[in-house]
Design a protein around this ligand. Structure first.
Ligand SMILES: [Zn+2]
Ligand SMILES: [Zn+2]
Length: 722
């Protein structure tokens, strides 16, 4: 019997696909099980029939898993592009895109869902014991949102299954069918302002063709309403819309709006879902049962039967770039996907990435401005405080303290932002200058008082807080610098009547805890919220009128080329939390460098003034968007191995005029978790030339014997040079 050759992608780090034999051709995108060495792996058919490699006895495919392809031609083409562009193994790319359950070849069973019983829904709040916080919170979630899939429940917080079981035992909750019953009719949206309507009209006119748009509008300018209007327009054509957002867990308000306005046909994909739940949403999207997919980074690979529109919200956000494995940028892939599919893509931001903004200035992207703010919004007043003139106590100057006190008297809320968690960043011995180093990283340990520990924020290493200096025995160790925990303590001392809450990765360990904090904030149970950037993402509180930025300086002189851009975006985002028309907002930024050029555009809340200076700076220093970069990283347990490997790689790459090779340098954090790290930067003015050059170079690097002694990776368009 004549057999055909089938090319299969497998989840192995080798930069190629593998050929197998099978009695009949198989459709690309179908999953199969094949022997690989002594193992059996699930793989995806890339092509068949292909020409058989001469003189090699191929092994047979062991099992065909799917009747119909799991990935369609559009997706397979996109994944091949991604593999080529990031110079990554095709098998790993294909399997990065798939939900884990599907990677292993699992066949899906419908998951369970839960809802309140009539008894559970009847009362305002069942008489839970006072200490049953979790039971009450879960009941509230089911009351607010209606039926929840098992995966949605487990995504709320760890260990909720027994709590759910208790509610079922008490007769308050019951198992129901999936998918959720048809909900309320879609809530009507507000009437759009003329600038919003103009933006919608421009994108609507482009439906059915490729065009990239940059939707540029400050916080409160109503980008979400534009998205919702465009989604409706795409759905009216029978198309599906794909919406990428930075972090779903931190944006419950955005998700609530999506759920209210799109009660059916909405699917959500994020890392908090269980494997089966993820796979279920994937399957529904692929079959066209869902018309809108909202998801984080990896949702850019979601299968869509009739893709009609892509939206990337907060397109400047760093979380859209994957920082390990396949280091893709979801925004960049979104643009390529839109181009290949012939559909419009909308990038939304109040502080666009400089790359995107430059494309808009060049006319490659169409710039859509939302200069207006909603009727209930006003821009806050921004003040820069020179800390050289302020007698600061524990990081808080008297001016900021007085402003906080005034808010307390007026019964308004305030937010104090400090991007450093823990109690104090350094534990210092005044006698011998010992400063609590991490033994596995070139970094200092952070004091965490609540757990009485020293913790490394780079590798997670933790140990008890010493009472005396481990080096000289000195008995009074100093805690130097400010973390959110210490700031909370200082505030509590200075404003004993204030109700203060802290929000950072130490206090907020689950989505349930996060949403609980937001609820308390909205219920006015909190006067001052202290925290890291976790609180910066799109949370609106009507009575919040003051934002204090403590110690902004740590971002001012960052060694990375994006440091200024990130600090600007971060403070703009935090500042956007303050102010409504009825109650004017105020932002106070404490700095020891009041004349730094970053402050004047921030005081004016003027992104374009900032971008003009920043783009000039990037042009002069030769960084993106004026150059294209790739970073070759290597790490090993011995310090000389990564250096040797990178020097060899550098020597291999010499002699081309297309690219500039940097020097081999230790990484900014030269040792992390015991590994010595080094890197080599490659830049080029021309992306296609860089790509062609990288193809040859990476092939040759992959053959290097020195490469087997290190862990190495190539990062195309690196987000940071750390
Ligand atoms: Zn000492
Ligand atoms: Zn460490």
């Amino acid at each position: 019997m004549a057999e055909v050759t089938v090319r299969v992608a497998l989840p192995v780090p080798l930069r190629r696909a593998f050929d197998y034999r099978h009695p009949t051709p198989l459709a690309p995108g179908v999953r199969v099980r094949v022997p690989f060495g002594r193992r059996v792996l699930a793989g995806i058919v890339l092509a068949s029939p292909v020409a058989a490699p001469p003189g090699i006895a191929l092994r047979a495919i062991a099992e065909v898993i799917d009747e119909a392809p799991l990935l369609n031609a559009e997706q397979l083409g996109l994944l091949q592009f991604v593999a080529d562009y990031y110079h990554h193994a095709i098998g790993e790319v294909v399997f990065t895109a798939l939900p884990s359950a599907l990677k292993r070849g699992l066949v899906l069973t419908p998951p369970k869902a839960y809802r309140l019983t009539p008894a559970g829904a009847r009362s305002d709040a069942p008489p839970f014991p006072a200490r049953a916080h979790r039971r009450r919170a879960l009941w509230q979630a089911l009351k607010d949102r209606g039926p929840l899939a098992e995966g949605d429940v487990t995504a709320l917080a760890r260990g909720l299954k027994p709590v759910l079981a208790a509610l079922v035992r008490e007769g308050l909750v019951e198992v129901c069918e999936h998918p959720r019953p048809a909900g309320a009719p879609p809530a009507a949206g507000p009437v759009l302002r003329p600038d919003q309507e103009a933006a919608c009209a421009a994108v609507r006119a482009a439906l059915g063709t490729f065009q990239a748009f940059l939707l540029f509008g400050v916080t409160g300018s109503g980008k979400t309403e534009v998205y919702l209007e465009l989604i409706a327009a795409a759905r009216a054509r029978g198309d599906q819309a794909l919406i990428l957002v930075p972090e779903i867990g931190l944006t419950p308000q955005l998700m609530a709006r999506f759920r209210a306005r799109l009660p059916d046909g909405l699917g959500v994909l994020h890392s908090g879902l269980s494997e089966t739940e993820r796979a279920r949403v994937w399957g529904q999207a692929a079959r066209g049962e869902l018309t809108v997919i909202v998801g984080t980074r990896s949702a850019v690979f979601a299968p869509l039967k009739r893709l009609g529109l892509i939206i990337v919200d907060e397109e400047h956000d760093g979380s859209l770039k994957q920082q390990d494995g396949l280091r893709y940028h979801a925004r960049d892939i979104a643009i390529v996907r839109a181009q290949r599919a012939g559909v419009p893509v909308v990038l939304g931001s109040a502080t666009p990435a400089l790359e995107s903004y430059r494309h808009a200035l060049d006319g490659r992207y169409r710039l859509l401005r939302l200069p207006g703010r909603g009727p209930d919004r006003s821009l806050p007043r921004v003040t820069i405080l020179d800390m050289g003139r302020e007698a600061a106590d524990g990081g808080l100057g008297p001016t900021l303290l007085a402003a906080l006190r005034a808010r307390l008297l007026r019964r308004e809320q305030a937010l104090v932002f400090l991007n450093r968690r823990g109690y104090a960043p350094v534990l210092l011995c005044p006698e011998c200058r010992w400063h609590a180093p991490c033994e596995r990283c070139d970094a200092r340990l952070t004091v965490h008082l609540a757990r009485k520990t020293l913790r490394c924020h780079h590798c997670g290493h933790e140990r008890p807080l010493p009472a005396t200096c481990p080096r000289c025995g000195h008995g009074r160790l100093l805690r130097v610098g400010e973390g959110t925990q210490r700031l909370e303590e200082t505030l509590a001392r200075a404003l004993p009547e204030a109700r203060i809450a802290r929000i950072d990765r130490d206090t907020v360990t689950s989505r349930l805890a996060f949403e609980d904090l937001l609820t308390r904030m909205r219920a006015r149970d909190i006067d001052i919220l202290v925290g890291t950037q976790m609180l910066a993402k799109g949370h609106d509180f009507a009575d919040l009128t003051l934002v204090g930025v403590v110690n902004a300086d740590q971002g001012l002189f960052g060694s990375d080329f994006r440091a200024d851009e990130q600090l600007f975006a971060q403070i703009m985002q935090v500042a956007g939390r303050a102010g409504r028309a009825a109650k004017a907002g105020e932002v106070i930024i404490q700095t020891h460098h009041p004349h730094h050029p970053l402050w004047s555009p921030l005081v004016a809340l003027d992104y374009e003034a900032f971008a003009e200076v920043a783009l000039k700076d990037r042009y002069e220093t030769g960084f993106p968007p004026y150059a294209h970069c790739a970073l070759l990283r290597a790490e090993a347990l011995k310090p000389e191995l990564p250096l040797r490997f990178l020097e060899t790689a550098r020597a291999l790459g010499q002699g081309s005029e297309a690219v500039t090779l940097g020097s081999v340098l230790p990484a900014t954090l030269a040792r992390r978790a015991g590994y010595y790290r080094a890197q080599l930067l490659v830049t080029s003015a021309h992306r296609p030339l860089l790509q062609a050059w990288l193809t040859t170079w990476v092939e040759r690097i992959a053959q290097l014997p020195a490469g087997r002694q290190v862990r190495w990776s190539l990062d195309v368009d690196p987000h940071s040079l750390f």
